[in-house]
Structures are given as structure tokens and as C-alpha cells.
Design a protein around this ligand. Structure first.
Ligand SMILES: *[C@@H]1O[C@H](CO)[C@@H](O)[C@H](O)[C@H]1NC(C)=O
Length: 226
């Protein structure tokens, strides 16, 4: 374990060093707010079209969104989910490593607002689930999504992994729908980071794909987000 850790540390510091000296194999072809430029670069090595999908609305609704928090053995269903400020996400990183033939694209979303009637299904092996209900409003100061796209072959963004970070915990208000839910709600803040990371592991995919298709370059990813 220690060995792996020290190798990771070594790689980490090598990257920092390379970044500081501005190596020539790193290409930054566009200003980060120039979505047309970024879109045309993406289109040059992938299957996306510069005819964009419909713009994301400042507020939109999703009938149902499911996610899981494996750490807590729990499934969630967001009913009548309201999303605000998804349309104001912005590109926070875009560069191409010509050596590794990889494009790195980072999207930041600020003050992302989610409001929903949430069903919480807590699983127990060989037993009946516990089911809870609450209404929640949450504002996430920053959600940061990062994708690596190969530039050497047509990248199908809809299939690529997305890493989603929740660097700042949300401001939120939870309104339990019944007494059992009120009693079961955790007040342990140290668990919240785990919850939010697992939560946004699921949300990162639809959030970045919708944003790319509508604002940068249209990969035609399926819009159904369940
Ligand atoms: C999840 O379930 C496992 C057993 O499968 C248990 O050991 C663990 O404590 C549970 N996690 C939480 C957070 O309750």
C-alpha cells in the first residue's frame, strides 16, 4: 500500500513540475469562454456536431432521477426534481496533451440548485428495506466535472467516464415528511462528504453531457437521465 502511495506521489509531483514549466506538448487552443472554438476543436477529433441541442433553461424539471450511495447501502429517487443554474456552468480547463493524445475538459457549475421530493430506500441484507421521505432544497457553491477524451480515435463522449468533485458542501434545508424520517436523519456532518461524492458520481454524467450537447459541441447523448 505504501509503495502504491509513494508512486502516486511521485507521478503527482512530476505533473506539477511539468505544468509549472509550460511544456511544449501541452496545447491550449482556445480561450476558456470561447465555446465555439472549444466546440470546433472537439469536433475535429470526435463525433460531435456543432449544431447544438436546445439551450439548457435557467430552471428545468425532471420527473424522476435515481441515484445510489453504496457506502450507505441506500438508493434514492428524486421525484419532481427542480434544477436551477445548470445553464451557467462554464469551461474551467481545456487543453490537449499532444504526447499522450488526450484532451482534458473541465466544467465548473456554480450555485447549482436542486429541489426535490426524495424517497430514500435503505437496504439491509435478507431484510425488508426501510423507506423514508423528505423534501430537500440544496445549493451547491461548486460542482467540478472533468473528462479525458482521446484525440487519436473518435471519442464517444456518451461512454467516457466523468470525475465529479464536490469541493464545497452545499447549503441545504431538509423537511422530513414523517416521524420515522425525522428520527432517522443523520446529524453527523462528517458523513456528508461521502454522501455528496456518491450522489454527484451519478449526477455528473447527465450534467456534463447535457451541458456539452447544448453549449459546446453536440454529441447527441441520450437526454433521458435515469
Ligand atoms: C452497509 O452494509 C454493510 C453490510 O453489508 C454494513 O457492514 C455497513 O455498516 C452498512 N453501512 C452503513 C453506513 O450503515
Amino acid at each position: 500500500m505504501l509503495k502504491i502511495y509513494s508512486i502516486l506521489l511521485f507521478v503527482g509531483s512530476a505533473v506539477c513540475w511539468a505544468g509549472a514549466s509550460g511544456p511544449s506538448h501541452i496545447d491550449r487552443p482556445c480561450d476558456l469562454d470561447d465555446h465555439r472554438c472549444i466546440g470546433s476543436v472537439l469536433a475535429s477529433f470526435s463525433n460531435c456536431k456543432q449544431t447544438l441541442a436546445d439551450r439548457i433553461q435557467p430552471e428545468y424539471r425532471i420527473k424522476k432521477f435515481r441515484f445510489e450511495t453504496p457506502y450507505f447501502n441506500t438508493s434514492y429517487i428524486d421525484n419532481d426534481l427542480i434544477v436551477r443554474n445548470h445553464d451557467t456552468c462554464s469551461v474551467a480547463a481545456f487543453f490537449i496533451n499532444k504526447k499522450s493524445k488526450t484532451a482534458v475538459l473541465g466544467i465548473d457549475c456554480r450555485d447549482l440548485y436542486l429541489e426535490t421530493e426524495r424517497t430514500v430506500i435503505q437496504h439491509r441484507s435478507l431484510q425488508e428495506d426501510n423507506v423514508y421521505h423528505y423534501h430537500v432544497k440544496a445549493t451547491y457553491p461548486l460542482i467540478r466535472m472533468t473528462m479525458n477524451l482521446p484525440t487519436s480515435r473518435s471519442a464517444h463522449v456518451c461512454d467516457l467516464p466523468v470525475y465529479t468533485e464536490v469541493p464545497v458542501m452545499p447549503r441545504f434545508h431538509v423537511d422530513p415528511k414523517d416521524r420515522p424520517t425525522a428520527k432517522a436523519l443523520s446529524t453527523d456532518d462528517s458523513l456528508q462528504l461521502i454522501f455528496e461524492r456518491e450522489n454527484f458520481f451519478y449526477r455528473g454524467y447527465p450534467f456534463i453531457r447535457m451541458f456539452l450537447d447544448a453549449h459546446i459541441c453536440n454529441f447527441g447523448c441520450p437526454r433521458e437521465i435515469l
